[in-house]
Design a protein around this ligand. Structure first.
Ligand SMILES: *Cc1c(COP(=O)(O)O)cnc(C)c1O
Length: 410
């Protein structure tokens, strides 16, 4: 962890690489293998000594290469960790981190409302293949989290803002609990980069799907692990490291493209937040029940305000409950096909609005009972609000669609 608490200032400092011909952008290093100037350097590299983070050189592209390393440094700066590692997807960041942290027989405590892929990893794959068991709890209930701790627990896992229910993880309390019981607190911060800094609040490891807000154009699948230097080096160990041996590293061209979008991440996040808040307020004024952390009626509004960086708002995602899946589909059909309000598609952080019915899409890995526990009703629509068009134009489109399907009270 660094002393500077401002993620944007840290990122500006980390972005110091010139291209090889003095270009203002860093060059893309396409090599998968790197030469050494002295023959005895190669054995040292294989011993985990003399790597780039130790003032030495690069070895082989599956570790990482200079372009990928540079993006990792910028993401470490974003989250305020010593090191960052870029992966081929958010899921590979999550799976390789958890497999690195847990031995067979160990246990994880996780929020019951999380991304569907992560839920399946914890609920199905890890117990079946690795004998790692997860207790799912209401992560906002610190007593329930505490009660789930056993002698086998190694990790507490949560999303800063839960998908799709948008509950806020009480990270300072979870961090305290983790410290008391010597557990590792792992936070998926995909929904709230810049808005909330889990490391400043005491988390140990922050994971990202870069596919969403950080990339911002829905054209790249990628992920990142922001952690201590020691943990990243462990993960790169030649015999026991999940990064080295499961091999989820990022392609350098992908790393370059993502690094081109990081400088305007702060602007984009502010605009997403502002647009989402505008829509949430308009819906509320018109008697539509909306779930958005920026509204005083949201159960975690106060906590959000206490732990967030206020200049980035309350995030770009909101949900509305249309009661039934049929009604939800009616609204989304109308919004996409009659008003061009947005797209019926999963994912988030795109410049256009994306909308999906969570229960039958991104949370379909959960059983009906698990969905009910997590608060995901069949008519729940997740709206990842974009910033194309004007705010007023988008509201008029939404208003017309709601009127058409008779959702507005006169
Ligand atoms: C999308 C998402 C993931 C998975 O990321 P991929 O890049 O699709 O592998 C993990 N966590 C959250 C919160 C997500 O939204």
């Amino acid at each position: 962890m660094t002393d500077n608490q401002d993620p944007v200032e840290r990122m500006a400092t980390a972005r110091h690489e010139f291209g090889e011909h003095g270009g203002v952008n860093m060059s893309i290093e396409a090599s998968t293998t790197f030469t050494v100037m002295e023959a005895d350097t190669l054995p040292a590299l294989f011993q985990g000594e003399k790597g780039p983070s130790q003032g030495g050189c690069y070895l082989y592209g599956r570790h990482f290469n200079p372009t990928v390393y540079n993006l990792g440094q910028q993401l470490a700066a974003l989250e305020g960790t010593d090191a960052g590692y870029c992966t081929a997807s958010g899921m590979s960041a999550i799976s390789s981190t958890l497999i690195q942290l847990c031995q067979p027989g160990d246990e994880i405590i996780a929020a019951h409302s999380i991304y569907g892929g992560t839920f399946a990893l914890l609920n199905d794959l890890l117990p079946a293949k690795n004998h790692i068991k997860t207790h799912f709890v209401d992560i906002t209930d610190i007593k329930a989290v505490k009660a789930a701790i056993t002698t086998k627990t190694k990790v507490i896992y949560a999303e800063t803002l839960s998908n799709p229910t948008l509950r806020v993880a009480p990270i300072p309390l979870l961090a305290k609990l983790a410290q008391q019981h010597k557990l590792t607190l792992v936070i998926d911060n995909t929904f709230s980069p810049l808005i909330i800094n889990p490391i400043n609040l005491g988390a140990d490891i922050v994971l990202h799907s870069l596919t969403k807000f950080i990339n911002g154009a829905s054209d790249i699948i990628a992920g990142a692990i922001c952690a201590s230097q020691d943990f990243i080096l462990d993960m790169m160990d030649l015999r026991q490291g999940t990064l080295m041996l499961l091999g989820p590293t990022m392609d350098p061209e992908v790393a370059f493209r993502i690094s081109m979008r990081l400088p305007h991440l702060p602007l984009r996040i502010k605009e997403h937040s502002q647009r989402a808040r505008f829509i949430a307020n308009k819906l509320t004024e018109n008697g539509i029940k909306v779930n958005y952390p920026g509204l005083p009626t949201h159960p975690d509004h106060q906590l959000f305000k206490e732990i967030a960086n206020p200049e980035y708002g309350f995030g770009g995602i909101l949900t509305l409950d249309m009661g039934t899946e049929t009604r939800a589909n009616e609204l989304m059909n109308c919004l996409q096909n009659e008003h061009q309000f947005g797209y019926m598609a999963v994912s988030l952080g795109y410049f256009d609005t994306l909308m999906s019915c969570s229960g039958s899409s991104t949370s379909s890995e959960l059983s009906d009972e698990d969905k009910q526990k997590a608060g995901i009703s069949p008519g729940l629509i997740r709206l990842a609000i974009g910033y194309t068009g004007s705010a007023e134009q988008r509201w008029q489109q939404l208003y017309s669609a709601l009127k058409k399907i008779d959702a507005l009270k006169e």
